[in-house]
Design a protein around this ligand. Structure first.
Ligand code: TRP
Length: 487
């Protein structure tokens, strides 16, 4: 797959993090962790990404009505509009997660982000919106990985200091999506690697050969060895035993706890490899759980459905720092229209919502199904003009971005620590069923040796100690208050 690739405008291979070895000339569509682009037609135009073809190529399953009906039965909740509209369109073993939820057996959510710039855009937000909804729906722990190491290894220019800086601001952005601090652990690879997590990384590394890494990711002899190894890091977070502070130290229990990974479909290669390894791992006779996946398609670039928004191409994206006016101007100026050239022709023939970017954005951001359908019909019939459709889209985007900015302004250092400190999480799972096999998070402190035996590292212990002190202080204060009230 990485052998096919790109040729024309908005070529993601211009972006520094793209491995040169993955870019080649060709006209087929490319979707891998570094390149996302639709097929280039005979006319030189990029076509919309064909997601059904991806399902076939990747060997995943389409999310169908039956699965959604089961989801609704099991959770008692109407499926998110991303699910209803095929924005979250494909999966691997999602039904196994529903089985576990039904029995209230533990599982967790895992997602991540590569901190490649300070400026996140609405395209980055959509997987997190969906992940937050999953967390609210299932009431389970969520781990969010920031792959600062990945962004350093895969870029010619970026320094470690630079990616770590992005990490800090990206964590604040992610928090602003509204996650619950009691159930969410956000970590950067540079900070968290060590102990149980590193042990799991080496398990994966030991079970992936150079040949496999080449076949899955398209690396070659000139690829730096950090890239070749990176898949074992991204994969290791898919296992509960990488997080003893959340799931406890007893690996015999934790290796069997699966995760559900909501991600954009370009991340699938990483987890295909991870699932293959999982199938071959056991711990003292207990099988490792294979991670389940649920894939979303990309929010298109303003230029059209053949590519995704890019943080390094300002005119391709709506940034979370854009003002309402900037949003309006960008959509009006750049959003690819499925409308006709003249008003007369548009009224006569109607517009094409499949390629119309303003309409596509409404599918992501306008929750009301009936209203969306009205818009679709009116536009297709030519009753609604491009300018009018864009105005509707602009309004939804402005509302979303402004609300985000208000939450973002409130995220302070203390809030960041609430999410990043090494600490136990609390969750209840399925309220209708008593918790099966409750894993009591037990974090052993001082007596644990450091490093490769799965115990916490020095840094992690320090953080934990700090956390304990803060909690002790809090308890002390509460006591004093009580005392004062009683007096
Ligand atoms: N590699 C991803 C990126 O560059 C980040 C990531 C790490 C991730 N783990 C993940 C994304 C799990 C989705 C799910 O953005």
């Amino acid at each position: 797959m990485a052998e096919t690739a790109n040729a024309v405008a908005l070529n993601e291979s211009q972006i520094p993090e793209v491995p040169a070895e993955a870019a080649a000339q060709g006209s087929k569509q490319t979707v891998d962790p570094w390149n996302v682009q639709g097929e280039i037609g005979a006319d030189g135009q990029i076509k919309a990404i064909n997601y059904d073809k991806l399902i076939e190529e990747f060997g995943t399953k389409k999310i169908d009505e039956e699965l959604l009906a089961r989801f609704e039965r099991v959770t008692g909740k109407k499926p998110h509009h991303f699910l209803r509209r095929g924005i979250v369109f494909s999966h691997r073993d999602f039904e196994l997660i529903l089985d576990r939820y039904e029995r209230n057996e533990p599982f967790f959510l895992y997602t991540g982000r590569g901190p490649s710039s300070d400026s996140i855009h609405v395209g980055h937000c959509t997987p997190f919106m969906f992940t937050k909804w999953l967390q609210d729906t299932f009431d389970v722990p969520l781990v969010i990985m920031l792959t600062d190491d990945e962004k350093y290894l895969f870029s010619e220019k970026r320094t470690i200091e630079e990616v770590q800086g992005y990490c800090d601001s990206n964590i604040r952005d992610i928090i602003s999506m509204g996650f619950d601090p009691n159930k969410t652990f956000i970590f950067s690879d540079y900070d968290y690697v060590g102990g149980a997590f590193y042990r799991q990384i080496t398990r994966l590394a030991k079970h992936i050969t150079l040949n496999q890494a080449r076949a899955i990711f398209g690396f070659n002899d000139s690829s730096n060895i950090g890239k070749i190894h990176f898949g074992s890091i991204q994969g290791a977070a898919a296992f509960a035993n990488s997080f003893p502070h959340i799931f406890g130290e007893d690996e015999k229990k934790t290796v069997g706890i699966p995760c559900l990974i909501p991600c954009a479909v370009d991340q699938d290669p990483y987890f295909r490899a991870t699932r293959d390894v999982a199938a071959r791992l056991t711990y003292q006779g207990v099988r490792f759980a294979k991670p389940s996946l649920i894939h979303s398609l990309f929010l298109p670039a303003l230029q059209g459905p053949g590519t995704k928004m890019s943080a390094s191409i300002d005119s391709s994206a709506i940034f979370m720092t854009d003002t309402p006016n900037q949003i309006k101007n960008k959509v009006n100026k750049y959003a690819f229209s499925g409308g006709k050239v003249s008003v007369e022709e548009h009224r006569a023939v109607g517009g094409d919502t499949e390629v119309d970017v303003a309409y596509q954005y409404l599918r992501f951001f306008l929750e009301d199904d009936e209203e969306l359908e009205k818009i679709r019909v009116a536009y297709s019939k030519g009753e609604l003009l491009t300018g009018e459709l864009k105005a509707l889209c602009i309004k939804e985007l402005q509302t979303f971005v402004v609300a985000f900015q208000e939450r973002r302004a409130k995220v302070d250092d203390a809030a960041v620590r609430q999410f990043t400190d090494i600490r136990p999480l609390t969750w209840a799972g399925n309220p209708k069923v008593p918790k099966a096999d409750i894993v009591v998070p037990k974090v052993e402190g001082a007596d644990g040796a450091e490093g490769g035996d799965g115990k916490l590292t020095k840094n992690q212990l320090k953080k934990l100690e700090k956390q304990k002190q803060i909690e002790a202080k809090k308890a002390q204060k509460a006591k004093e208050k009580e005392g004062a009230a009683a007096a």
